[in-house]
Design a binder for this molecule. Structure first.
Ligand code: G4P
Length: 284
């Protein structure tokens, strides 16, 4: 699902999020492991204060795994529980279950001290569009889980999925609005494919990507395009266009075709596992 955001959308999304968050103890936030900061909305920290927090570094299969680990340390130091994962993989959900149990331990203890017994912890999934929220809920909850709703104490219309005796999950995820007014954030969101390509300049994007890859992943570029590409991104794009026979009818090079090819190969992980931002850039 790709989304265009307008101020009205954001206000509505924020209001809905404020309401939903009141109902839960644990906020499960999905971020894209290729851009863990640019795929967050920092407002969630304010909205989710006083709640247990779990960050899922999703699409970790597409991201550089040594950087995945560095991001896990980064968020853990800030007090979040963190798991890196591929939301499509049901096998990885066991680990998420274990971390949720850990994240909720304190809450269950607190309830017990207050004499509240057997009240399941409630959780909700939040994240920007396309980050993998629905995929995660499907893999995590599966079909076997009974839905519960419209019972006393449950807000009308809200559906909860019972995960086990201790945890219930709100069945609709909360959609966070990305911070695309920051240009570098907007570019990174576009590169991973979460902003509609039609409104973007594909040629420019491919040049920015090439510039970045030359800096941090020149070895992957060399292997994928079978040559040492020029350090000038325009020249590199031309080299790729030639090598991949991206030509127009008259024999002229088709730069846009080459640009699309590079973006597709990046997004699908064909160039390799790549992360566009690193924790060092965000350490105070
Ligand atoms: P959303 O609810 O947050 O909007 O996201 P959704 O689950 O719809 O997932 C968006 C796309 O991302 C889907 O691809 C999904 O398969 C893919 N995806 C989700 N999690 C992962 C992951 O961990 N790794 C990888 N590699 N892909 C993941 P799609 O249906 O093919 O849509 P699209 O590719 O056409 O956008």
């Amino acid at each position: 699902m790709q989304f265009q955001w307008y101020p009205g959308h954001m206000t509505k999304a924020k209001r809905q999020m404020q309401e939903d968050i009141k109902l839960v103890d644990l906020v499960i936030e999905l971020v894209d492991a290729r851009i863990p900061m640019s795929s967050r909305n920092p407002d969630i920290d304010e909205l989710g204060k006083n709640k247990s927090r779990l960050i899922l570094l999703n699409k970790a299969d597409l991201a550089d795994d040594s950087v995945n680990r560095a991001w896990m340390d980064f968020f853990e130091k800030k007090g979040y529980f963190v798991v890196r994962m591929d939301a499509r993989s049901k096998a990885q959900m066991k680990q998420v279950h274990a971390v949720i149990a850990d994240a909720c331990k304190e809450k269950i203890e607190r309830d017990r001290r207050r004499g509240i017994k057997n009240r399941p912890v409630r959780a909700m999934v939040v994240g920007i569009p396309n980050v993998g929220k629905s995929t995660f809920i499907n893999s995590f909850a599966g079909k076997a889980c009974a839905k519960t709703g419209n019972k006393p104490g449950v807000t009308k219309g809200k559906q909860w999925i019972r995960l086990n005796k201790d945890v219930e999950l709100l069945d609709t995820p909360g959609i966070l609005w990305p911070k695309f007014e920051d240009q570098s954030v907007g570019l990174k969101l576009a590169l991973i494919g979460s902003i509609k390509d039609e409104i973007l300049n594909i040629d420019e994007m491919s040049l920015e990507l090439l510039k970045f890859l030359q800096k941090d992943y020149s070895n992957l570029l060399r292997v994928r395009y079978e040559e040492e590409l020029s350090s000038d991104p325009v020249a590199a794009l031309e080299e790729i266009a030639k090598r991949r026979s991206c030509v127009k009818k008259g024999g002229e090079l088709d730069y846009s075709k080459a640009a699309n090819l590079i973006l597709d190969e990046f997004r699908s992980g064909t160039i390799g596992r790549i992360t566009l931002e690193r924790p060092e850039e965000y350490e105070a």
